[in-house]
Design a protein around this ligand. Structure first.
Ligand code: NAD
Length: 522
């Protein structure tokens, strides 16, 4: 196995990791070792948070939360604005950390680091309106004055996966914080440094002590302890774990949003511009080495375009620069772990052994680093192959032809998942009509996933096994609040006056309800 040429950046060898280790809520002596993914060499030794440490983190957050909730929204906005500015100012270090602990290409790391800034900027504009109290129709006009108010849930647990550890921890924390909650973040243990650095930047931005805690540890132990204690859970991860989290949260009657896996399809219609579809399909399939929940893993191309599309797609994919480096010189980085490499290899081997054809890629690249795998295009994938229906979560896509729109819809919807989909076609009205028939939380017309994911004002999330709830848009913030109705009785009409017989009162009321309905008032 050849060592990678790129040395660890100086930002990571100058005491940063030991400083971040102090930000972990942990008391025992146990530690978690993380590795630099490009080489497999040790990266950091972080304290591990046991269940008692999670209890401490939640208790600290719970103590700090009421004062935070009582802080003016304007002050909360100021802190989040300062955080976004710090992320931009410290982006070089953040990119180094994200790359080191995930193995992704620098361009992918840049997009990851930018994401919480875009989220912050969006909610800085929208949060005041979303959190404002609203007058609602009272039970009876003039006699009841009713208002809807938004209260924070309390302590929100944010559980995040290893593929976008900084973005998915911080972007989900920002609206929770703006809504007046404290947060406890539980990242994947291999990818805890970047959320810890994010928490440090929140401190520097002026977030009061205790409002944001980070715990480090394994899923069932540390994550499970958080699920047992938080007042709400923002979970991102696999559908299998999402089901466990949902059951535990249900048992405690606390809410959760579940952003889970996908088996996303792209449909290239017969009127599509093939060059544009290919140009979009490459990043849609191979961004972050395919370890993107919204990445395209199934590509259905109209039979008339199939061969031309596949030839061009193969050529464009072969041109991708695969490799390690803390600069912008590569298009695709490593897979995040040897375990992930084994999983991807197993899917490809299984497909090939059952007759699939590898059009490009299909090989691990130990010459580049321990977990590199070539961007891979398969054809001839059939339903007997595991990669046909299961989420590979790697740089592997299956291309197949379809005959007409009905066939395309049937193929695209033939999955338990429902996270993301894409439709390509010159006639965008027709493409939009087809998009509406796809069972997916986001559908992109003439794009892979960025158009929908980047539309912060619209909800993003999954149907079916892809999850519950939504991030982004109003829902992305309101999920972290309880709606409270306060109604002031100004008259005294909910009970009949003593002098009026009930039968008479009922008659008057029935007539009044009918009149108000006819007048369109109630
Ligand atoms: P995972 O479910 O194994 O782990 C996710 C997080 O949950 C980690 O922090 C893990 O430690 C924790 N965890 C594991 N078991 C737990 C338990 N019993 N209780 C509480 N926490 C527990 O997922 P992963 O392999 O880290 O991530 C990859 C998956 O995430 C893929 O399926 C991908 O599609 C999905 N994902 C979805 C989105 C989305 O927005 N829909 C975004 C990114 C990734």
């Amino acid at each position: 196995m050849t060592a990678v040429a790129a040395p660890l950046p100086s930002s990571l060898t100058s005491g940063l990791t030991s400083r971040l280790a102090e930000r972990v809520t942990a008391s025992g002596g146990a530690t978690t070792r993380t590795v630099e993914v490009f080489t497999g060499a040790p990266l950091a030794e972080l304290p591990t948070s046991g269940p008692e440490d999670v209890a401490t983190a939640v208790a600290t957050a719970r103590r700090a939360q009421p004062a935070w909730a009582a802080t003016d929204v304007a002050e909360r906005l100021r802190i989040v604005r300062a955080f976004a500015a710090l992320v931009l100012a410290e982006r070089a270090t953040l990119l180094d950390v994200v790359q080191a602990e995930t193995g992704k290409a620098r361009w992918d790391a840049f997009n990851e680091v930018l994401e919480p800034v875009l989220t912050a900027n969006y909610y800085l504009r929208k949060a005041p309106g979303l959190l404002r109290s609203h007058r609602r129709e009272g039970m009876l006009p003039l006699l009841v004055r009713t208002g809807e108010h938004r209260r924070p849930k309390g302590v929100v647990g944010i559980i995040s996966p290893w593929n976008y550890p900084f973005a998915l921890s911080l972007s989900d924390a920002i609206p929770a914080l703006l809504a007046g909650n404290a947060v406890v973040i539980k990242p994947d243990r291999q990818t805890s440094l970047s959320p810890l650095l994010g928490a440090e930047l929140l401190d520097r931005a002026g977030l009061p002590d205790g409002v944001c805690q980070v715990v480090v540890g394994d899923g069932p132990g540390t994550g499970g302890a958080l699920v047992e204690r938080a007042d709400y859970l923002g979970f991102t991860g696999s559908s299998a774990t999402g089901r466990v989290v949902a059951q535990r949260a249900a048992a405690r009657l606390v809410g959760c949003s579940l952003e889970l896996g996908g088996k996303n399809a792209m449909v290239v219609l017969d009127d599509a511009d093939v060059a544009k579809a290919v140009a979009a399909a490459v990043p849609a399939c191979f961004t972050n080495a395919g370890q993107v929940c919204m990445a395209i893993e199934r590509l259905y191309v109209h039979r008339d375009l199939h061969d031309e599309f596949t030839a061009r797609f193969v050529a464009a994919t072969r041109a991708l620069r695969l490799g390690a480096g803390y600069d912008f010189g590569h298009d695709v980085g490593a897979l995040a772990s040897p375990r992930q490499l084994d999983a991807v290899l197993a899917y490809v081997d299984d497909a090939v052994s059952l007759g699939a054809r590898v059009r490009t890629g299909g090989r691990a690249r130990p010459d580049l680093g321990p977990t590199f795998f070539e961007p891979t295009i398969l054809t001839g994938v059939t339903s007997s192959m595991a990669c046909a229906g299961e989420e590979v979560f790697g740089p592997v896509v299956a291309v197949a032809p379809f005959d007409d729109d009905e066939h395309a819809v049937r193929l695209a919807n033939d999955t338990e998942y429902g996270l993301n989909a894409s439709v390509f076609g010159r006639d965008t009205a027709r493409a939009r009509r087809l998009a509406a028939r796809l069972r997916a939380g986001t559908v992109n017309v003439n794009d892979g996933f960025v158009a929908a994911y980047g539309s912060m004002d619209a909800p993003m999330g999954g149907m079916g096994s892809s999850g519950l709830g939504r991030r982004h848009g109003a829902e992305g913030l309101l999920r972290y609040t309880e709606a409270q109705t306060i109604a002031v009785q100004l008259g005294a009409l909910s009970q009949p006056p003593r002098w009026l017989p009930r039968a008479r009162y009922a008659e008057v009321m029935a007539r009044a309800v009918s009149v108000l309905a006819k007048a369109g008032i109630r």
